[in-house]
Every structure is written in structure tokens, then in C-alpha cells.
Design a protein around this ligand. Structure first.
Ligand SMILES: *[C@@H]1O[C@H](CO)[C@@H](O)[C@H](O)[C@H]1NC(C)=O
Ligand SMILES: *[C@@H]1O[C@H](CO)[C@@H](O)[C@H](O)[C@H]1NC(C)=O
Ligand SMILES: *[C@@H]1O[C@H](CO)[C@@H](O)[C@H](O)[C@H]1NC(C)=O
Ligand SMILES: *[C@@H]1O[C@H](CO)[C@@H](O)[C@H](O)[C@H]1NC(C)=O
Ligand SMILES: *[C@@H]1O[C@H](CO)[C@@H](O)[C@H](O)[C@H]1NC(C)=O
Length: 193
């Protein structure tokens, strides 16, 4: 009789205690993963952007620096694709001149190149366990910095040409987004080892 009372009492209690301690462990782990990202982001130029975009990946990155670099590249790919959509929409707007349309078309190509390079960088990061690790790492760095060059070549298209200031500002800020994200990814890769 006594035993069964005890059982009836202790089992739920144990379950509760276990649940609380498990969720505390989980919270502590998540906090550690978030702090890991905050510390890593400190080497980047755009620290708050780095934290804002990468903390959502904390639970999958955990404390793996390579995974963090991949996440940073993924975020840049997403940003670049978004930019591409934004810029394409701009092209269809009323009042866009032939010159502007041509600049926008070139920019869309630049962004397409950037996405290709980012994917190559992700691929190289996936081969850091190979014998040619140094080569792969160098490739990842080259690809990530090419992204910045591509974004610049889009905005360079404006120079000396008549472009609506609103269009210019819009494209400029879109490209600046890619540049910042790529710069952060590159900084993380540069500080990987
Ligand atoms: C980032 O760096 C600054 C100055 O170097 C330091 O004070 C701060 O504690 C660092 N933050 C993290 C999260 O490491
Ligand atoms: C980090 O993740 C990569 C996969 O992206 C894996 O190959 C590597 O072994 C991991 N490193 C550690 C220390 O767990
Ligand atoms: C995508 O671009 C739009 C503006 O064109 C912006 O409002 C939105 O925040 C962007 N999304 C991401 C994930 O960058
Ligand atoms: C466009 O961005 C560049 C930097 O990427 C900046 O120097 C320039 O002033 C910006 N132009 C406009 C019109 O926003
Ligand atoms: C640039 O990124 C910021 C934050 O990630 C976002 O709020 C903004 O809408 C983006 N701008 C463009 C033009 O994509």
C-alpha cells in the first residue's frame, strides 16, 4: 500500500524534475551556442548584421566554426537571391529608361555570378577535411571575395551614365547588402584557423 502511494507520487515528481533539468540544460546550451556566434562575429566589419543574420542558425551551428562559415555563405546566397528579385522588379517599373534597363540587366547578371561563386565557396568549405585542405580554403576565400567584386561591378555601371537617383539608390542599397553579408562571411572564413 505504502509503496504504491510512493510510486504514485514519486513518478510524476521525477518526471517534472527531469523535465526541468533537461530544459535548463537545453537553455544553457542554446545560450552557449548564441555566445559562440556573438564572439565569432566580433571579427567581422558588420558585427550587428552578423549577429542578426547568424544567431537564427545557433542550434544547428552549435560551436562548429566551419558550419558557421557555411551558414554565413547561405545567408549571403539568400540575400543575393532576394536582391535579384528586388532589382528585377525595378526593371519592370514604368519610366525605366533604356540605359537604366541595360544597367539593371547587367546587375542581375552580376548577382547571378555572385550566387554561383557563393555556391562554389560552400562547396569548397565542404572539402576542408580533404588532403588538399589549404587549396580548398584558398578557393573559398577567392570565391567569397569575388562576390564583393561582382557587387561593385554592378554599381560601377552607373558611373558617368544618366540614372534616376531613386533607381540608383535602390540598386545601391541592394548591392550594399550583398557586399556586407559577403564581407562578413569572408572575415569568418579568414579567421577559421
Ligand atoms: C568583442 O570585442 C570587444 C572589443 O575587442 C570586446 O570588448 C567584447 O567583449 C567582444 N565581444 C564578444 C562577444 O566577444
Ligand atoms: C564541423 O562540421 C563539419 C561539417 O560542416 C564537419 O565536417 C566537422 O567535422 C565538424 N567539426 C567538428 C569539430 O565537429
Ligand atoms: C528582401 O528584400 C526586401 C526589400 O526589397 C526586404 O524588405 C527584405 O527584408 C529582404 N529580405 C531579406 C531576407 O533580406
Ligand atoms: C552607392 O554606394 C557606394 C558604396 O557602395 C557609395 O559610395 C555611393 O555614394 C552610393 N551612391 C548612392 C547614390 O547611393
Ligand atoms: C538589406 O538588408 C536589410 C537587413 O538585412 C533589409 O532590412 C533591407 O530591406 C535590405 N535591403 C534591400 C534593398 O534588400
Amino acid at each position: 500500500m505504502e509503496v504504491s502511494i510512493c510510486k504514485g507520487f514519486i513518478l510524476p515528481l521525477l518526471t517534472i524534475v527531469l523535465f526541468i533539468s533537461l530544459s535548463q540544460t537545453a537553455t544553457a546550451a542554446n545560450e552557449a551556442y548564441t555566445n559562440f556566434i556573438k564572439t565569432k562575429c566580433n571579427v567581422t566589419t558588420y558585427i550587428s548584421l552578423c549577429q542578426k543574420t547568424l544567431i537564427p542558425y545557433a542550434s544547428s551551428v552549435k560551436t562548429n566554426s566551419t558550419k558557421l562559415c557555411k551558414a554565413a555563405l547561405d545567408v549571403t546566397i539568400k540575400g543575393a537571391k532576394n536582391t535579384s528579385t528586388t532589382v528585377s522588379t525595378l526593371k519592370k517599373q514604368k519610366g525605366i529608361t533604356r540605359i537604366e534597363a541595360s544597367i539593371i540587366k547587367d546587375c542581375i547578371e552580376d548577382v547571378k555570378d555572385a550566387v554561383y561563386e557563393l555556391k562554389q565557396a560552400v562547396d569548397a568549405m565542404g572539402h576542408l577535411g580533404d588532403k588538399d585542405k589549404e587549396f580548398q580554403l584558398a578557393n573559398a576565400k577567392t570565391y567569397a571575395s569575388s562576390v564583393i567584386t561582382d557587387a561593385d561591378s554592378c554599381t560601377d555601371g552607373f558611373s558617368g551614365r544618366k540614372v534616376n537617383p531613386t533607381v540608383k539608390k535602390m540598386i545601391n542599397s541592394s548591392m550594399a547588402n550583398i557586399t556586407k553579408l559577403a564581407s562578413n562571411a569572408l572575415a569568418l572564413i579568414n579567421h577559421l584557423f
